[in-house]
Design a protein around this ligand. Structure first.
Ligand SMILES: [Zn+2]
Length: 402
């Protein structure tokens, strides 16, 4: 922990270096951020390997090898960030990484370049402390998380490139200044809707069926749909956001015959994408029964499963003890609203994984919004927590006294 304090300036500067690289997704080229990570982990004496399944989607796989005989602990974080949005809404340059009153600003600061810097600093502190490790530490700085992980964690998991005994996805888990631990994560189900109408001259609307109006009706009906699919101990109930995208019509004087729209749904363990689709289809059937001119169909465009780790797992126990040692309280178990790469680690790679444990405040950081920021103290706290986790899991089984 003292070593992390000594590395504090370097931790902040490394976060700023990463934030200043606009690794925005789309388009998703993270090669520059990956290169910065690669040279850093190599400087720490780790083996580094680059995996680039698509041009610019560079994944950095680092490993600090232990003596052998102990488990491998994986830390996962993504290098891509969402676009900055309307710059006029920011009070700072989204990529200048300004530090003001204890907060570090910039796109990706809380989601999740600060976490990447905390992980690297934890490993650096462990290396500098000459701890004897039996187990190994793996660090994956991945691409593509913000668009679903196809060329990032999902790719690595499905190609068998992830070997670890347990993992941590270092996504934000701070709620209003309180460090929590997310043992579970919601799944995603994206549904594509299409309404079918009948084209006609707009001067004679009764001759046609307006597919855009049919879609409007469908989206409003989905907005009012009450999903009753069960509850989860830590996660918010399943949600449906109909009409996040809509496309229809070609010309002002033509009644549109087709309209497509998209729905974002989030699932919890026990609720599948198919169950969500059936709910949507039920609404389509009801509207069709009420109005014979209404015609629509729905299909699943993409999905990832919800995931969870047992709260009795060693990784969870050690993480909570380590946090208590650093911040003085045992982090509560909580669920976030979003989804992340832990789904692929758990389901595709078979690695029991904490679904969110890292800097980034769900109430205050405004991830994905203007003036995104992360508390510098959180970066330091998590670097210490991760270092203690490495010492405990890879070095002998208990959180060391400090
Ligand atoms: Zn993220």
């Amino acid at each position: 922990m003292d070593e992390v304090d000594r590395l504090r300036t370097g931790l902040v500067e490394f976060t700023r270096d990463l934030v200043r690289i606009p690794s925005v997704n789309p388009p998703g080229d993270v090669s520059e951020a990956a290169e910065v990570l690669r040279s850093k982990v190599e400087a720490l004496g780790m083996e580094a390997r680059l995996v680039e399944p698509r041009k610019g989607r560079v994944n950095v796989l680092g490993e600090l090898k232990g003596r052998g005989g102990g488990p491998t602990l994986l830390f996962n974080g993504h290098t891509d960030v969402v676009p900055e949005g309307d710059v006029a809404l920011w009070s700072v340059d989204p990529f200048s990484a300004d530090v003001k009153e204890g907060w570090l600003y910039g796109r990706g600061s809380s989601d999740m370049k600060g976490a990447l810097a905390s992980i690297v600093t934890a490993i650096e502190a462990v290396v500098n402390s000459d701890l004897e490790l039996e187990g190994s530490v793996a660090f994956h700085g991945v691409a593509d998380e913000e668009v679903g992980g196809r060329f990032g964690t999902r790719y690595l998991a499905r190609k068998g490139m992830i070997r670890a005994d347990m993992g941590v996805v270092a996504e934000g888990s701070v709620f209003d200044g309180v460090i929590a631990l997310r043992p579970s994560v919601r799944g995603v189900c994206w549904i594509r809707l299409q309404t079918m109408g009948k084209a006609a001259h707009a001067s004679h609307p009764a001759m046609g069926v307006n597919a855009v109006l049919s879609m409007s009706k469908l989206l409003l009906a989905l907005r009012d749909l009450r999903l009753d699919l069960g509850h989860h101990r830590y996660l918010p109930d399943p949600t449906l956001s109909p009409g996040t995208v809509i496309r229809g019509g070609v010309k002002t004087n033509i009644i549109p015959e087709l309209c497509t729209a998209e729905v974002d749904a989030r699932t919890i363990p026990g609720v599948s994408a198919q169950m969500i689709l059936r709910e949507v289809e039920g609404v389509i059937e009801r509207l069709g029964a009420e109005d014979p001119s209404f015609a629509a169909k729905a299909e699943i465009a993409a999905s990832s499963e919800p995931a969870e780790i047992s709260v009795d797992h060693q990784a969870v126990e050690v993480a909570r003890k380590a946090a208590e040692r650093v911040v003085g309280y045992e982090p509560p178990l909580r669920g976030g609203w979003g989804s992340n790469d832990s789904s692929y680690l758990i389901h595709d790679a078979g690695v029991p994984t904490i679904c969110g444990f890292g800097p980034g405040d769900h109430a205050l950081s405004n991830a994905h919004g203007a003036d995104e920021k992360v508390r510098v103290q959180e970066l330091v706290d998590f670097a210490k927590i991760y270092a203690l986790m490495i010492a405990a899991i890879c070095g002998g089984g208990s959180v060391p006294d400090c």
